[in-house]
Write a protein that binds this ligand. Structure first.
Ligand SMILES: Cc1cc2nc3c(=O)[nH]c(=O)nc-3n(C[C@H](O)[C@H](O)[C@H](O)COP(=O)(O)OP(=O)(O)OC[C@H]3O[C@@H](n4cnc5c(N)ncnc54)[C@H](O)[C@@H]3O)c2cc1C
Length: 151
């Protein structure tokens, strides 16, 4: 398909299927660019997600296998924007992860450990809620939201 500028789409190879690469691929395919780029993502093996990937091991009672616990702090505005855009564009109407909110579990606490007199002492730090939604809707610092279907 020719681009809005008349020429053929510019071929782009995106190496890797981690969050960084997939965000790049998403940004290069925004509607405003009107098909300017013909993007191909190359990932070694079959699994997307890189260090953020997770899956289940059917041979081990379907236990979750991943690199580790992943937490996003409420001020990761651009990261939340990407997720909101991606889920908005997916437009799922069935299944367990229909919206970006389904993909996150809210949490208000942080625990820090400090060794004191030979013992690990726990510091529980509960943070008060501010009532805001992470992402561009409430942050003056994040980039634009470009996918109109984003909710
Ligand atoms: C245990 C752990 C816990 C973490 N916890 C958090 C957290 O709580 N919050 C947070 O924000 N971040 C966390 N991070 C960091 C976050 O996961 C990474 O910063 C992020 O996933 C990196 O994304 P990336 O796309 O840059 O790279 P990666 O996720 O490493 O993706 C790179 C991809 O490229 C592929 N690849 C490599 N070479 C090639 C090649 N030559 N050709 C094709 N494909 C290739 C790899 O297979 C991989 O899929 C954590 C990381 C780890 C390991």
């Amino acid at each position: 398909m020719p681009t809005s500028e008349g020429g053929p789409p510019i071929k782009v190879a995106v190496l890797g299927g981690g969050a960084g690469s997939l965000t790049t691929a998403l940004e290069l395919t925004v509607p405003e660019l009107a098909g300017k780029y013909d993007v191909t993502v190359y990932q070694m093996g079959w699994r997307l997600g890189g260090k953020g990937a997770s899956g289940r091991n059917a041979a081990e009672h379907d236990r979750i296998e991943e690199h580790g616990l992943h937490l996003w702090l409420g001020f990761y505005d651009n990261a939340f924007r990407v997720m909101q855009d991606a889920y908005g564009e997916l437009g799922r109407t069935s299944g367990p992860l229909q919206t970006w909110r389904d993909a996150f579990k809210e949490h208000d606490g942080v625990v820090l450990m400090e060794p004191i007199a030979g013992k690990d002492v726990k510091w529980n730090l509960p943070f008060p809620r501010n009532g805001l939604t992470p992402g561009p809707a409430t942050s003056p610092h994040s980039g634009r939201s470009r996918r109109p279907s984003c909710t």
